[in-house]
Design a protein around this ligand. Structure first.
Ligand code: DAH
Length: 340
């Protein structure tokens, strides 16, 4: 009996030592100490042990049970500690790792130009208003005094959505919207996308950008227009830039002019870029608002007068950043955009 007990002890201890996880520990406990466990069955046979030996065998059995229990609880503690360490290791935070820096984008060159232009006009007392890119034929052409047979109305020049609705071909219809909804005195600018049925090349894109300006008040004269444009150009491109007003025709202004600016390369001296003229051509169109346009918007041309102007934002951006191809602005190639 004593030998069997000692053998059970050795067997149990070696079982416990070879354990690999906490769950199988309970199986070992049941294997030896459970109701049908090896130790329990041996103890059930105590009756067969001669009476005088019983106390000694009993004591030995008790000691062995305690030892097995001790081993079991020792192993349990070991496993728990091991699990804890593993968890700590897994959840460890390395506070010395530098955070992955997020790549921040920035304003597109076109948007930067729009903001610069708007801020400039705001500083001259203008308000910024918005107009829709989808416009009515009435506001885009009719109310602006554009003749029925004007070539820009042609299907081959303009994107029509229906017979009466189109993608605006210029920002000038915002003038109509402003005059119809706001009372003079009026001093507004409006920038945004415009659309024309153009083939794409280095200076043309079917979608481009314009900025429109409108001033309506009593006694507004051509002198006010010339002065405003001149100040604006000098603020935008530098004090040494001159402006030149060339007579032109627009249906919605009378008289009308196109404005040239000193050549950006030679500042007016004459160089190969400007063919020796010293002028950079056609930076903007402008004029005194046609009395018919005022009337179309319910403004009395006898009491009020005004001037308007419109400019290509893409062109200004290209000059500002020294770009030779308008497509660069719309391809959204990061290698290009990241330079600005
Ligand atoms: N809308 C004209 C264009 O797209 C530009 C323009 C010319 C606007 C004269 C004006 C203006 O307000 O007075 O070519």
């Amino acid at each position: 009996m004593k030998d069997r007990l000692k053998k059970i002890k050795e067997e149990a201890i070696s079982d416990i030592k070879s354990l690999s996880n906490l769950e199988s520990l309970e199986n070992i406990r049941i294997k030896y100490m459970g109701k049908k466990g090896k130790l329990t069955s041996v103890l059930r046979e105590m009756g067969k042990v001669p009476k005088e030996e019983r106390p000694v065998v009993g004591q030995l059995a008790n000691e062995i049970r305690q030892e097995i229990e001790k081993e079991l609880s020792g192993a349990r503690e070991n496993f728990k500690e091991k699990l804890k360490q593993e968890k700590i290791e897994k959840e460890k935070i390395d506070v010395t790792i530098t955070k992955r820096t997020k790549k921040l984008g920035h304003s597109h060159p076109l948007l930067s130009t729009i903001e610069e232009l708007e801020n400039l006009f705001i500083s001259m007392g203008f308000s910024v208003v918005e107009g829709p890119e989808i416009e009515t034929v009435e506001y885009n052409f009719d109310a602006l005094n554009s003749p029925e047979n004007h070539p820009s109305r042609d299907l081959s020049d303009t994107f029509y959505l229906t017979e009466n609705i189109l993608l605006r071909t210029h920002t000038s219809p915002v003038q109509i919207r402003a005059m119809k909804t706001m009372k003079p005195p009026l001093k507004i600018v409006s920038a945004g996308r415009t659309f024309r049925f153009d083939d794409v090349d280095d200076t043309h894109s079917p979608m481009f950008h314009q900025l429109e300006g409108l001033v309506i008040d009593e006694k507004v004269t051509m002198a006010n227009l010339i002065d405003t444009i001149d100040i604006f150009i000098k603020e935008l491109f530098g004090k040494d830039m001159e402006t030149r007003f060339r007579p032109h025709h627009f249906p919605f202004t009378e008289p009308s002019a196109e404005v040239d600016v000193s050549c950006f390369s030679c500042k007016g001296k004459g160089c190969p870029v400007c063919d020796g003229t010293g002028w950079s051509m056609e930076l903007l169109g402008c004029g005194m608002v046609h009395p018919k346009v005022l009337e179309n918007c319910g403004i009395d041309p006898e009491k009020y007068s005004g001037f308007a102007f419109g400019m290509g934002i893409d062109r200004i951006t290209m000059v500002k950043y020294g770009l030779d191809d308008i497509r660069l602005l719309f391809e959204n190639d990061n290698r290009f955009l990241e330079q600005f």
